[in-house]
Design a protein around this ligand. Structure first.
Ligand SMILES: Cc1ncc(C[n+]2csc(CCOP(=O)(O)OP(=O)(O)O)c2C)c(N)n1
Ligand code: SF4
Length: 533
């Protein structure tokens, strides 16, 4: 396939194209809006991509590839980096000869996330280089640059995208195979830089700080920083998608666009600030640039605090420049999200509501059970939390209330981070026992029907090892394991839930019925796999 020339791509597709053009050895990650399409597109282009059970495992696999000298891109949404944070902080200290590019797709405005965290903070906290593209062309170029930087410094590089960059299309000039192909992966032993016991990690930390100081100097001289000369009265320091809004909102302003946001090119910033009468940092989310610049003793204005929340747009940038803190017009309310008609989760929430359960919920389509008409979920924190939170409630509440507590988790989320919740349940069982309701709809529906270790199919839907949820749960020591389909017999389902709640034992009820929107594709994949056997 011709991979040169101009193409209309969104940011996710552009990262995938760059990964393909750079001959990435393996793309790995975990689905999560707005990052999911990167690996799907990479695979569609002909790259080798796979879904890991969660982001931590994805990053660990990526570390292995890069230690072997290969090139890898590891993709996740912003909250996924919380899951992967443990290996992230340590791999930053290591010497990794291959290219490890970690894509964090942040979601300012929370269009499909449970929080609005700004992962630029992770780059600083972990000491990882970060590049921030402002459109799809830069998403392409910065992916290639991230590979170069990673291989030059033997360090991981983070690529921070945000929703608008991920999902907005611009023309992208693809270079074809532009970065020299990485060396053929081979294992070269370097224990002191790869085995992070304290004796090795102490000097490694010093080495990392030295490297970051050198990279900051490189960023001053050759980094992806752009100055757009304009008026001497107004200067704007910006990065990522905010740059596009700034150019439209204030075409007359002088602009400093920073492509590498960690480590920052502070001397360049100081020189720029000195050329303008008024200098403002305009950025989505946290006042990351503002705080760093002020800490360096450079005069710069922050956006008013009301603009810390949600995405920026041209109108909001105009208001920031004007210092306008009046109440903003409310966006036209869209159609509220809802479970599809015929969704297997529907009957479940009708029953839980009728039984007056205290529901410790989780993240997935079934999270919509919190909204009318069900209003059946009491708590949801993050992926996998339903079981631990439910157990905590059971430990703390008096018996009659404790026996109303049920944890509800999906099959995808179970493999992501529910397994350790079951381990906790068996290891530290509450006096009243506990009931977990596992909604097995045969897919990761919420993020667009991705495969997971329980489906028995790989990212490209080919047959692979399949983990049977019930067998795992039984082998972990749960005796009461039931497999049901609530839609077929809602009354029997309700009866089973109630009798399980009444017992002071541990029970897992697996409600197995495929996601209505996935049934057709699942049948086709299975048929195809059977024919190929
Ligand atoms: C740490 C983290 N990674 C990824 C996501 C994105 N995400 C939201 S729900 C979900 C999985 C849902 O799958 P499942 O539990 O099977 O429920 P379903 O949507 O199929 O009902 C994912 C991956 C997230 N919210 N948090
Ligand atoms: S996509 Fe599937 S799981 Fe999600 S609401 Fe629709 S039918 Fe239910």
């Amino acid at each position: 396939m011709d991979n040169k020339g101009k193409q209309l791509l969104n940011g996710d597709e552009a990262v995938a194209a760059a990964a393909f053009d750079a001959g990435i050895t393996l793309g790995t990650g975990y689905p999560g809006t707005p990052s999911t399409e990167i690996l799907e597109e990479f695979e569609r282009l002909g790259g080798h991509a796979q879904w890991a059970p969660n982001e931590k495992v994805a990053l660990e696999v990526g570390i292995g590839v890069a230690i072997a000298g290969g090139r890898t891109v590891v993709t996740m949404k912003h909250v996924g980096l919380n899951v992967a944070a443990d290996p992230l902080f340590t791999v930053a200290l290591m010497d990794i000869p291959g290219a490890l590019v970690i894509v964090s797709a942040d979601d300012p405005g929370m269009s499909s996330s449970q929080n609005e965290q700004d992962n630029r903070r992770y780059a600083v906290a972990a000491g990882v280089v970060m590049l921030e593209p402002s459109d799809a062309q830069e998403a392409y170029e910065f992916t290639l640059r991230a590979i170069e930087i990673a291989e030059c410094w033997h360090l991981p590089v983070m690529l921070r995208l945000t929703t608008r960059v991920c999902h907005s299309k611009t023309l992208v000039m693809r270079e074809g195979v532009s970065v020299p192909q990485s060396r053929v992966p081979e294992y070269v032993r370097n224990v002191s830089r790869r085995s992070m016991i304290p004796a090795n990690a102490r000097p490694a930390h010093k080495k990392l700080r030295e490297s970051l100081a050198q990279i900051a100097q490189w960023n001053e001289r050759s980094g992806p920083t752009e100055v757009i000369a304009g008026s001497g009265t107004l200067g704007i320091i910006t990065s990522g998608i905010s740059y596009q809004h700034v150019r439209e909102a204030a075409p007359e302003a002088s602009v400093l666009k920073i492509g590498m946001t960690h480590p920052l090119p502070m001397e360049t910033i100081e020189r720029f600030a000195a050329t303008v009468d008024r200098c403002i940092a305009i950025e989505e989310g946290d006042p990351y640039l503002y705080e760093a610049i002020r800490t360096a003793g450079i005069e710069v204005e922050d956006k008013p605090s009301m603009y810390r929340f949600g995405e920026l747009n041209i109108q909001r940038v105009r208001r920031i420049i004007a210092g306008d803190c009046s109440t903003e017009a409310k966006p036209v309310p869209g159609k509220p999200p809802a479970l599809c008609p015929g969704c297997p989760h529907r009957t479940v929430f009708t029953s839980l509501k009728a039984l007056n359960c205290i529901v410790s919920g989780d993240i997935g389509c079934y999270g919509l059970g919190v909204l009318p008409p069900f209003e059946a979920i009491d708590i949801s924190v993050c992926m996998g939390a339903s079981i631990g939170v439910g157990l905590g409630l059971r430990h703390a509440l008096a018996e009659p209330e404790a026996k109303r507590v049920i944890s509800v988790i999906g099959d995808g989320t179970f493999f992501h981070s529910g397994l350790t919740g079951i381990a906790e349940m068996v290891y530290n069982p509450p006096k009243t026992g506990h009931v977990v309701l596992l909604l097995d709809n045969g897919t990761t529906a919420m993020t667009g029907m991705q495969e997971h270790p329980g489906t028995g199919r790989t990212l490209d839907h080919h047959k692979t090892g399949k983990i049977l949820i019930e067998e795992v749960i039984k082998s972990m020591g749960i005796k009461n394991v039931h497999i049901v389909d609530a839609t077929r017999d809602p009354a029997a389902f309700e009866g089973l839930i109630q009798s399980s709640l009444d017992k002071s034992e541990l029970s897992v009820i697996i409600n197995r019925r495929p996601c209505l929107l996935a049934v057709k594709s699942i049948k086709e994949y299975e048929k195809c796999n059977e024919q190929n056997n």
